[in-house]
Design a protein around this ligand. Sequence first.
Ligand code: SER
Length: 322
Amino acid sequence: MSQKRILVTGAVGQIGSELTMELRRRYGNDNVVATGRKTAPSDELKDSGPFKFIDVSDIESVAETVKEYNIGTIHHLAAILSAVGEANPVLAWRVNITGLFNVLEVAREHGCAVMTPSSIGAFGPTTPLDNTPQVTIQRPTSMYGVTKVAGELLCDYYHSRFGVDTRGLRYPGIISNVTLPGGGTTDYAVEIYYEAIKNGTYTCPLGAGTFLDMMYMPDAVDAAIDLMEADPDKLTARNAYNVSAMAFDPEKLAAEIRKHIPGFTMDYDVDEMKQGIANSWPNSMDDSSAREDWGWNPKFGLPEMTEDMLKVLGAKHEKGEL
Ligand code: SER
């Protein structure tokens, strides 16, 4: 049989756009099929390998793609983020739950492995918010969180009931400089760098003292690939693993940026909806299970990430690309 390929849903999104290119570098351009729902892919994504428009809430379009390309692994990233999900809970349910359910059903039928992100959003106000354990109370209060917990349980179920090779990550806020995030609570930690470079000032929608877990994109991409490469016998969690690389609040982030741009200023215009969501999420997670089971070991902390973000965005700004 010919080599099994990798499918990425949500490939035009913040994580998908970078994960797809790294998967193509590692496994070969033609072996990684990128899919999106409506946003046009970048030239890089479209020209470097197969690209298709599919809607994950339509199971036929998922099944056809898996058959057409002989897919063995699905990185299922198509999802609605927390702030958009709160504004449109029906859409969040359709994409995050029906979409994942369809992917798992197709995976069951065709013997595919599935990686899908959960989130810090899978926790809630009754969760221990400091050093949040791998296994703990999960009663989120946002629709996004509800879909993430249900999604984790679906992954567990498909693994124990049908033997589907499900693997997941509870991603924190992801900071990147290729594709902007699409409407999450942690987006401020990306926007602040863009605004620091463009205008030297930023108005923050989350208040001082709002600590959240975060991660730089290269580590997020490595986490997804390393988890799928891990020895299945070592995996103790089939719902999703806590993974974090740093935790900070807006003040700490602004202070780090000021080490490079001394005149940078920040004020606050708190978005009550986002603040409410952020308050219900962990301040910092315990990711020791991921470290023990499959060697999770992030490379970027806040200083390294800030230096790289400002270098990359500064170069883009000089070329008129921001
Ligand atoms: N970055 C995501 C959000 O804010 C967290 O999973 O929605």
